[in-house]
Design a protein around this ligand. Structure first.
Ligand code: PDD
Length: 297
């Protein structure tokens, strides 16, 4: 097993509760409720060419996650943006990810939620292996289906990610890049860290409708917006079964960390001709045009 602690490069800067600190030594208290109870929410925002992608969507979702758990925004959205940009600058980040976490703070361990908590806010920035992402985009990825063992509020982006990490690790053991999670009705909810899409034989793009069962992906929303501006790529937001996915013409995943990545096999069975499909490529192009507008702005 790799030891990630050893790989913190010097020179990286993190943000913790108002201070910019060397990443290698940046800490929160051992009684932090994020650590004790996963009483915390997070966001991951892509940085392309030094620019935050979908900043507003991520900030709004952070607000919704906090609100669902009766926490306040720790600072105004504009101030959050300033800190994220300062972190990008201090880390000289061109292409990568900003990670932002808000916890209910450090208190004597007690299941009961404290009133008026002093929240902990932490952010990190790291570069992305762009070549590895582009390789996945050009070659496609394998996914395996596994039971969705998560709780009833997957729409809240909490750090309670154990079912996700277990499923993704199991996928890797089976030689796949991602796991698609399956509910008790044999319907696919989403990936462990990405939304799931299929393209039917009739060329309809299908992704699960928003509910408490999935995360409202910001990339998913961007793709839906991009698809509205074109004809010939109809979308249905509804549950789809494992069987429907296995007989789909194409499939792909969407997330901040990878954008649009084609899926070429499910549970070891190739989709279509087993190569990335034309629809996934088109969706990637449309979404990239949207994000390029952010970078140029
Ligand atoms: N994951 N579904 C789940 C369960 C996720 O964790 C994510 C994001 C998504 C895609 O959402 P978005 O398009 O807003 O990134 C869907 C992030 C990248 C992560 O945990 O690293």
């Amino acid at each position: 097993m790799s030891n990630h602690r050893r790989s913190f490069p010097s020179g990286r800067i993190a943000y913790v509760n108002g201070r910019y600190l060397p990443h290698a030594g940046a800490c929160v208290h051992i009684e932090d409720r994020g650590l004790q109870f996963a009483d915390s929410v997070y966001e991951v925002c892509a940085v392309l060419d030094g620019h935050l992608i979908d900043e507003q969507g991520h900030t709004e979702r952070l607000g919704r996650s906090l609100n669902a758990l009766q926490m306040e925004m720790p600072m105004r959205p504009a101030a959050l943006g300033i800190v994220m940009r300062e972190l990008i600058r201090r880390n000289r980040l061109r292409n990568g990810l900003v990670y932002l976490q808000v916890t209910r703070g450090a208190y004597r361990r007690d299941h009961v939620i404290p009133g008026n908590p002093e929240l902990s806010v932490m952010m990190t920035a790291r570069s992305m292996n762009v070549a590895a992402v582009e390789k996945r985009r050009s070659e496609g990825i394998a996914v395996v289906t596994l039971p969705d063992l998560r709780w009833g509020r997957c729409d809240i982006k909490t750090t309670g990610l154990l079912p996700n990490t277990l499923a993704k690790s199991e996928a890797r053991k089976r030689g796949a890049f991602e796991a698609w999670l399956v509910d008790s009705d044999f319907m696919i909810t989403e990936g462990t860290s990405a939304n799931a899409w299929i393209v039917t034989g009739d060329g309809v793009l299908v992704t699960r409708n928003l509910s408490h069962n999935i995360l409202a992906g910001v990339t998913r929303a961007g793709v839906l917006t991009a698809l509205k501006s074109v004809t010939g790529l109809p979308v249905e937001q509804r549950p789809f079964s494992v069987d429907e996915a296995l007989t789909a013409k194409e499939a792909f995943i969407t997330s901040a960390s990878g954008g649009v990545i084609p899926v070429v096999s499910i549970d070891g069975k190739p989709l279509g001709d087993g190569k990335p499909g034309a629809v996934a490529r088109k969706v990637h192009e449309l979404y990239s045009r949207l994000t390029a507008a952010t970078v140029a702005a």
